[in-house]
Ligand binder design. Structure first.
Ligand code: G3P
Ligand code: MG
Length: 359
């Protein structure tokens, strides 16, 4: 807490700290709130229902637009989460808009990856489900699958023109985005090897450079509803890379986003600075310096030492890491390779510690 003595007698609220919460294994397991997360988050709000401590949800997960995810989280947790408080693994993909806005790009993963990308502004995006449906027999085992895939959805009039002209079959894919955890690994690996190994057009041999491939995150495992960890996007990347490198002479080229990359933490810091401005009391808004605040401390509360804790440690000052025992990490003491600044049982305990220390 920073207090301002603009008037001799009164102190004004201006938080000098912020919090980044991991979601899977800290706030939720599957769709179930865990570790007292609803109560913990409620403590960050004032009577008016507006948060008084700047915080955000910093997850490597995703698959739906940030606005929908915020609404879903608000529902599950009983607090009002703003879209600007949700940073998902794929959120940095919006920075590629300039480069691929009008290019054919393919997106895959659970949820609605093409909707995510089209909400960022990409005009010619197809999900891998949609893309594969244009290539007869591309998946030789599709008839044994018990589910059906979605057909092309209209996202803009312009895009429908392109699809109806069968341009998909003659245009090269310019980039591939792995937005969230892939659902049909076998089909995705097959079609991605086709796209990436052919220079962007399945079935036309090996004719050109591999289109850029972007992963939203690289988590080997994460905590979902099942008692033990589940394979994450990093596991899928290893599978794709191993197979691609066996069948093509060039090594797979890719870029992975998400924690523990330092830029995720720098970006979180600047979002928290924006959020901090809305926490200042009206008096401070009028009299205090308007410039961006420099936080004394930013807390990262996570369950995965290799992702959340490693990331916060690498980011350095003002980041402080808190490891919970509700997800990937279950150890009694600290993690040996990436020890956190503090280990607690639950997110509620973490918030308790922070508020006692800061307020
Ligand atoms: O798919 C989600 C997973 O990779 C990690 O999510 O919230 O623990 O960063 P989170
Ligand atoms: Mg997690």
């Amino acid at each position: 807490l920073v207090t301002s003595q603009a008037s001799q007698s009164k102190h004004y609220w201006r938080p000098s700290f912020g919090i980044a919460f991991d979601i899977d294994g800290v706030i939720l397991r599957g769709r179930e709130p865990i570790g007292g997360s609803p109560q913990a988050l409620r403590r960050l709000y004032g009577d008016s229902g507006i948060f008084r401590v700047p915080f955000l949800l910093l997850t490597n997960g995703g698959g739906i637009p940030e606005s929908k995810r915020a609404a879903e989280l608000s529902d599950l947790l009983g607090v009002n989460i703003l879209p600007s408080q949700v940073v998902q693994g794929h959120s940095p993909f919006k920075n590629f808009l300039k480069r691929y806005e009008n290019e054919l790009v393919v997106a895959t993963g659970k949820g609605d990856p093409a909707l995510v990308m089209s909400e960022y502004g990409f005009k010619k995006v197809l999900s891998l489900d949609e893309y594969a449906s244009y290539f007869k027999d591309i998946d030789p085992v599709s008839q044994y699958k018990m589910w059906t895939t979605k057909q092309v959805v209209e996202r803009s009039g312009h895009w429908m023109d392109i699809v109806s002209n069968h341009n998909v079959l003659s245009n090269k894919v310019k980039a591939v985005f792995i937005v969230s955890d892939p659902v049909d690994w076998g089909r995705d690996i097959q079609v991605l090897c086709d796209i990436l190994g052919s220079g962007g057009l399945p079935g036309c041999g090996d004719s050109g450079h591999q289109p850029p491939l972007y992963f939203a995150a690289d988590d080997l495992e994460y905590q979902a509803a099942f008692p033990s960890e589940r394979l994450g996007m990093g596991a899928f990347r290893i599978a794709l890379e191993s197979i691609f490198n066996r069948i093509h002479h060039n090594q797979l080229q890719y870029v992975s986003f998400g924690k523990p990359n330092p830029f995720v933490f720098n970006n979180a810091e600047s979002i928290l600075s924006q959020l901090e401005l809305s926490c200042r009391t009206d008096h401070l808004k009028e009299h205090d310096e308007i410039g961006s605040p420099r936080f004394n401390t930013l807390y990262m509360i996570g369950d995965n030492p290799l992702v959340d804790i490693k990331g916060a440690r690498q980011a350095g000052n003002p980041w402080v890491s808190i490891l919970t025992r509700t997800g990937v990490f279950r150890g009694q003491h600290n993690h040996a390779e990436f020890p956190a600044d503090l280990v607690v049982d639950t997110v509620e305990e973490a918030v308790d510690y922070i508020l006692q220390k800061e307020c």
